[in-house]
Design a protein around this ligand. Structure first.
Ligand SMILES: CC(C)(COP(=O)(O)OP(=O)(O)OC[C@H]1O[C@@H](n2cnc3c(N)ncnc32)[C@H](O)[C@@H]1OP(=O)(O)O)[C@@H](O)C(=O)NCCC(=O)NCCS
Length: 167
């Protein structure tokens, strides 16, 4: 089966079911806001350079906008029928409003024809993210031992997968 390429413009659009939230491609002037959210919610944040590298590259960063406010972001890449969610975060002020779930459901719909499976890795201790992924229908498919740096050592990554619709 031939898969379509991932084009960030095709992933953009308004989220259903959460009000006026819009997914737009990351642009240079949004990097500071996005990186600020990253540092406020992640124990081991990505560097600013990693976000800059997402602009116009194989890794697509989509920003969740609410008017002029930045509510969060997600980063995805896809190749050869496999897509991977590399990062997702919602600003504390916008959490528990269904935004991450709605953004992931939007992504899942848009990945039809681009990939047949969406993978992600999550820290074993990140129970709220695992609850989100369970809620959407991801299933655990493996474990990477000691994958993440953690305070005072290493932490396992849980590998989760979602089977996408095929066209
Ligand atoms: C994980 C995260 C992205 C969830 O974003 P969110 O927009 O607040 O999530 P939603 O409101 O869409 O929640 C959807 C479901 O996920 C689960 N969930 C989300 N946050 C939760 C929490 N704090 N505690 C328990 N369950 C939670 C619930 O099942 C929730 O459904 P419900 O509200 O009907 O109970 C957000 O907490 C975050 O940015 N965390 C820090 C970054 C991070 O850990 N990213 C994941 C890296 S793999």
């Amino acid at each position: 089966m031939a898969f379509k390429p991932l084009r960030i413009e095709d992933l953009s659009g308004y989220l259903q079911s959460t009000g006026p939230y819009e997914l737009v491609p990351l642009e240079a002037e949004l990097v500071d806001s996005v990186w600020g959210i990253e540092r406020s919610v992640q124990s081991h944040p990505w560097s600013r350079a990693l976000f800059e590298d997402c602009i116009g590259s194989r890794q697509s960063c989509l920003v969740v906008k609410h008017g002029d406010d930045i509510a969060g972001y997600l980063i995805v890449c896809a190749a050869a029928g496999n897509a991977e969610l590399l990062n997702i975060a919602i600003s504390p002020a916008f959490q528990r409003r269904g935004i991450a779930r709605s953004a992931l459901e939007h992504l899942i719909t848009k990945l039809t024809g681009i990939a047949d499976t969406l993978y992600l890795e999550v820290r074993e201790s990140n129970t709220r993210a695992i609850a989100l992924y369970d809620h959407i229908g991801f299933v655990e498919v493996g474990l990477r031992t000691g994958y993440y740096p953690a305070n005072g050592g290493r932490e396992d990554a849980v590998i989760m997968a979602y089977t996408l619709e095929t066209e």
